[in-house]
Design a protein around this ligand. Sequence first.
Ligand code: NG6
Ligand code: CA
Length: 506
Amino acid sequence: MRKSLVIICAFISSAFICRVNAQFKPNIVIIYADDLGYGDVSCYGATKIKTPNIDKVAAGGLRFTNAHSSSATCTPSRFSMLTGMYPWRQEGTRVARGNASLIIPPDVTTLPDILQKAGYTTGVVGKWHLGLGGKEGPDWNGELKPGPLELGFTYSFIMPATGDRAPCIYVENHKVVDLDPADPIEVSFEGKVGNEPTGKDHPELLKLKYTEGGHDQTIVNGVSRIGYMSGGKKARWIDEDMADVFTNRALNFIDKNKSAPFFLYFATHDIHVPHLPHARFAGKSGLGPRGDAILQFDWSVGEVLKALDRLKLTENTMVIISSDNGPAIQDGYEDKGFQMLNGHTPAGSLRGGKYSSFEAGTRVPFIVRWPATIKPGVSGALLCQMDMFASFATLTGQKLTTNNAPDSYDVLNAFLGKSADGRETLVEHSGNIGFSLVKGDWKYIQPSAGAKKNKNNIELGNDPQPQLYNLKNDIGETKNIANENPDKVKELQAILQSIKDKGRSR
Ligand code: NG6
Ligand code: CA
């Protein structure tokens, strides 16, 4: 009798522990779009385009209305998300060249490091753009390291930089995929290598015309890129297949790791330029290639959701959807972005866009779904993507040292919808010279001397005068009220300066 009682107790308690473990160790999938704006998806108010899969995640999860990337460009946003440190604390974290060295020192503790310590299998699939290799730069024909595998990922299938940048190849773990040793790869951002045509010299060979100087270099798949490359003919990507390639790798990773906690950082190329979606999506949005790329991104999201359903992982998987920076309507190629907007507003009611100090630079879609724990809803908590670091450490029972993730706040309760409060302050960064400080309803933009607009008509937020906006009354940052509120300007400037001076904010 006593024995059977003990057995029953052991059974009940182990079932309980399993359940608790399952709840506290959800699988984590970050689906990270490139250049997707706050107003680009229907659950954030877009009416000219439908994104049913993203909307489905929002309907079953928490949709954040005040969540940010750390910067209004790619490299710094990704840097801070993985390190939990404001990117501008380290030199060399602006938009990286295609042949940059790895910009995260391998001894820095990263988000995947922490999750690996918590027992997760960790994978990255998609856009990397954080450099590869040591000081001497990437060895495209040899072992490409250090890279993601030296930063806490156990699997990696990436494009090194951006879709519009050489080299146009995939890298799996330490190797270029389909590299032919008889056709070695050479990459340069200084001058031409090899004798392949460039967009500048052979515009007649282009299927997509460039609009800006930087995009007129080596032609790959009918598109001239930023940077020069030669060799690696068999290894080169076909832009139209890229979403399929990445999505398949992401699904394979999920499939392979279905039976233990996994972390997948799935960073799509969509919706960055060049906009060359697969024929299944081309022409389907009515908003031109940029809109078609949004449909393609939504499809990738849908494939992940289907896989989770099929593997019965939906309940205990945290799916996060976000973007590395705000929208650019055109950014280097003549792809009818402006002509075909048809009333679509990529930034929603926000001002600015990619590269901008105004809100559209960093305020991006951010949705978290975890059916086992999170009640569906909408949250206005102020969050930064780099807060996932400290928050997920808490979620998975990991302790951070003071050196880890110096700017990441543990706002787990906000992520889970248990608290309406996120972080108190956030430094927004244009990716370049622009710095802003957000606190409560207030936003202060520090004076900066740069251009008012870039060539693609994005308002960059630069102004030699201080700017102050009340985001509660004026989300579109239309009325600079700095002159009327000199004390507020002083207060916010002082906070911004002290966050910079202290070298950490946690
Ligand atoms: C800019 C490129 C732009 C894009 C961006 C990086 C020019 C004129 N513009 O310098 O096309 O590649 O860098 O985008 O070269 S990001 O989303 O990866 O930050
Ligand atoms: Ca980007």
